[in-house]
Design a protein around this ligand. Structure first.
Ligand code: GDP
Ligand code: IMO
Ligand code: MG
Length: 435
């Protein structure tokens, strides 16, 4: 894919349009070649972005990298990474990720800035995540158990602890202890040695301090100087706390609104928002999934697509493409274009179905249902298309795709009402078609 073949403007964003794992990391990696700064705005280490790129130590080899907090674009030399105020960050997880990158001689000292307003995920948040899931029994969300929900709960309840506080460790420790006492009152089964965790954090301080910055100000100044910014979305539109399939969602806003609040970048400053849409649908964890397949076709997609969670290793649930889901994402996020991913995974299917609409009690719905109980009475409308039964993984242009594959892409574009600008036909960087 030639970097001159697209122009997404000075501040572009990549976001998930389904239930996560659409392939955001791959497009972020590819686009980062053209951008100076790559910034995460929301979520935490619940995200898992896998990319396959030339090994930085031996470009002849392909290496797999899995990113959770650091944006995947950082593999390109000379890039700056930003972790915005909208994130919740578990310090040992971040350090582990930085250590892995160092093994490949990618040292982010001076190249990574963490917002002084980002919230810290403590080990007790992870334990509370587990306790809350247990209490929910068969209604459990199926979280990643990374402490994301409990950390955002503390943020909203105004007892959360932010990175800026680390700069005065005594005051920071006092705040953490008082928050912890409140949490112990709420969670009788919470067992945790807070002094031990504080001591572990104290040991990281020397390393961490240089990374902490006012990232909104940094980004604002950088943009004024003409630097370009790529916003790396995490999670997905239908995992959004407002717009997703509540309550089976994450605890933040992965939709475009979250990019503005999560980085402090004005809505009018973002030039393009590319929505990542898998050519079929997957979901990991609990919650409704109208087009889910429980048969051998679903299993075949899971195996060929390698649909196992990058963060938890759980098998991802698989199903047909859902155009209601896609169209809703186009509307909610103001998408300017779409990257259809994993088209190659459908190569072996004789027939491919697409869900084109939902009916509730006989009436056609114009949008996603607002309550989970409504999904129990949904009737799905499908169309069926002929597969192409050819290998798409070597196609370099749209014209090189088999006729039926082109028809499928054009049909999805028509249904979701947004131009498909990029098409993924494999895991590697060169397996991306630009239209
Ligand atoms: P993310 O969380 O949205 O970044 O997506 P994940 O990394 O969790 O899952 C997407 C998986 O699909 C990764 O293993 C990618 O390497 C892989 N992938 C992305 N795009 C394509 C594609 O077009 N074809 C194939 N075969 N694999 C892809
Ligand atoms: P990326 O960025 C897929 C899902 C979890 C669970 C729900 C809540 O890789 O696309 P949480 O731990 O956030 O409280 O879990 O959200 N979830 C994801 N699913 N991809 C993700 O991120 C996800 N982030 C959260 O599986 O159902
Ligand atoms: Mg993922």
């Amino acid at each position: 894919m030639n970097a001159d073949s697209y122009n997404l403007g000075n501040i572009a964003a990549v976001i998930g349009t389904q239930w996560g794992d659409e392939g955001k990391g791959k497009l972020v990696d590819i686009l980062s070649e053209k951008y100076d700064i790559i910034a995460r705005a929301t979520g935490g280490a619940n995200a898992g972005h896998t990319i396959y790129v030339p090994n930085p130590l031996n470009p002849e080899e392909t290496s797999k990298f899995v990113f959770h907090l650091v944006p995947s674009g950082i593999i390109h030399e000379g890039k700056i990474a930003v972790i915005g105020n909208g994130l919740v960050v578990h310090l040992p997880s971040l350090l582990e990720e930085l250590d892995t990158l160092k093994e490949y001689k990618i040292d982010l000292t001076g190249k990574l800035f963490i917002s002084d307003r980002a919230h810290i995920v403590f080990d007790y948040h992870k334990k509370i995540d587990g306790l809350e899931e247990e209490q929910k029994g068969d209604k459990k969300v199926g979280t990643t158990l990374r402490g994301i929900g409990p950390a955002y709960q503390d943020k909203i309840a105004r007892r959360g602890v932010r990175f800026g506080e680390l700069l005065d460790f005594d005051k920071f420790s006092e705040h953490v202890r008082s928050t912890f006492v409140q949490l112990q009152r709420m969670h009788k089964d919470l067992k945790h040695d807070i002094e031990k965790e504080l001591e572990e954090i104290r040991k990281m301080l020397g390393f961490l301090r240089p990374f902490i910055a006012d990232t909104a100000l940094y980004l604002h100044k950088a943009a004024k100087e003409g630097k370009t910014i790529l916003i790396a979305g995490a999670n997905g539109t239908h995992l959004d706390i407002d717009h997703g399939t509540y309550p089976f969602v994450t605890s933040s806003n992965p939709t475009s609104g979250g990019l503005h609040t999560g980085l402090g970048i004005g809505a009018n400053k973002i030039s393009s928002i590319v929505g990542i849409m898998k050519a079929y649908t997957t979901r990991v964890g609990g919650g409704v999934f109208p087009t889910e397949l429980h048969d051998e076709v679903g299993e075949a997609i899971r195996q060929k697509g390698g649909e196992f969670g990058a963060t938890t290793g759980r098998p991802r649930r698989c199903g047909w493409f859902d155009a209601v889901v896609g169209k809703y994402a186009v509307m909610i996020n103001g998408l300017t274009s779409v990257n259809l991913t994993k088209l190659d995974i459908l190569d072996d299917l004789e027939k491919i179905k697409i869900c084109t609409g939902y009916k509730y009690k006989g009436n056609k719905l114009e949008s996603m249902p607002p309550t989970i109980s409504m999904y129990e009475n949904l009737e799905l409308e499908y169309i069926e298309m002929d597969g192409w039964l050819e290998d798409t993984s070597k196609a370099k242009t749209f014209d090189e795709l088999p006729e039926n594959a082109k028809k499928y892409v054009l049909k999805l574009e028509e249904l979701v009402q947004c131009p498909v600008q990029f098409i993924g036909v494999g895991m590697r960087r060169d397996q991306m078609i630009v239209r």
